[in-house]
Design a protein around this ligand. Structure first.
Ligand code: BJW
Length: 261
């Protein structure tokens, strides 16, 4: 006879969070979706339904067509500058304010919306859309304040191109940021994995790491993810409902906490 899985309710997850001394939260594109920022892998609206990831999110793609990639990032910057953080971003910022030092917020997002909602010390695994950098090693004249007008702009002396300060496929994540995120996943009482498909590594590996260390892992997502099988509980619903419900309020409206392990 197969043992029934233990029943886990939204209330149980709330209790885990309320009892946690240390909370770690890993966020992905789904957290910004309600603000109007497209995700990557949603079937109709995700960026990868429109573009090939290797063309737009790899150094090779950038070298092959720097203008196209640069313009895509400029378009995304303009879109993000025009939107606002949503209830999910605000719930995380508010919980942190109420529990100083108890949350490590790790994000794969490069949009800066967590910071705009008031979260501080965010560990940005995939960089920052707003911090361009040099593509190649710099010459003595490379100066970000003195650039050509091109798309992308370049060093007028050596032609070195500016590129978005994000982490593309095949590139290393910032070492200290990743190490701090891994340490937080190992040391937390509960890891919330919110709005990410959980397919991009090493970010997704934080969930397995936390689980291996005996930490509780809760996945919050509108759809099934690759990390559901790692989770102690899965809450189905938009992050704008699930995060406030788990972190802040008595409301659980719109949630179907339906998958239990
Ligand atoms: C909602 C919602 C709502 C919707 N509420 N939810 C191990 C195994 C296999 C491969 C690898 C591995 N280790 C490394 C790799 C290679 C590679 C990788 O992971 N490949 C896999 C995809 C196959 N990883 C790398 O290359 C990384 N570097 C690395 O490993 O370096 C070491 C190395 C070097 C050299 C050789 C080998 C190794 C770098 C990864 C960089 C990823 N970069 C991007 C672009 C960043 C810049 C930009 O923004 O343009 O990061 S790709 C893109 O995916 C972006 C995202 O941060 C990332 C994750 O996406 P996310 O957040 O999960 O979004 P979606 O769209 O996938 O999912 C959204 C989710 O939200 C869905 O689940 C929805 O259901 C949900 N949702 N609305 C709640 N309202």
């Amino acid at each position: 006879m197969t043992a029934s899985p233990p029943e886990t309710t939204l209330d149980t997850v709330r209790t885990w969070v309320a009892q946690a001394e240390r909370l770690c939260v890993l966020t992905g594109a789904g957290v910004s979706a309600a603000s109007g920022v497209p995700t990557f892998r949603d079937a109709q609206t995700g960026y990868w339904a429109q573009f090939r990831a290797e063309d737009m999110a790899s150094a090779a793609g950038f070298r092959a067509n720097p203008g196209r990639v640069w313009q895509w990032y400029q378009h995304r910057k303009a879109l993000i500058a025009a939107v606002q953080p949503n209830a999910a971003h605000h719930a995380l910022a508010q919980w942190s304010l109420q529990h100083p030092g108890a949350m490590t917020l790790v994000t794969q997002n490069v949009d800066g919306l967590h910071q705009r909602a008031g979260s501080t010390d965010v560990l940005c695994l995939h960089g920052d859309l707003w911090q361009d950098r040099w593509l190649n090693p710099t010459c003595p004249q490379c100066n970000a304040d003195v650039l050509t007008d091109g798309e992308p702009p370049a060093c007028p002396c050596c032609g070195n191109l500016r590129r978005p300060g994000v982490v593309w496929f095949g590139e290393m994540l910032p070492g200290r940021v990743l190490a701090n995120a891994q340490a937080a996943a190992e040391a937390c009482d509960v890891l919330l994995v919110v709005g990410t498909a959980g397919v991009v590594y090493p970010a997704a590996g934080l969930a397995q790491l936390a689980r291996r260390c005996g930490r509780r892992v809760v996945v919050l997502n509108t759809a099934a993810t690759d990390l559901d099988s790692v989770a102690d509980a899965v809450l189905r619903g938009p992050a704008t409902s699930s995060l406030p419900a788990v972190l802040l309020s008595d409301e659980g409206e719109g949630l179907q906490p339906a998958v239990w392990y």
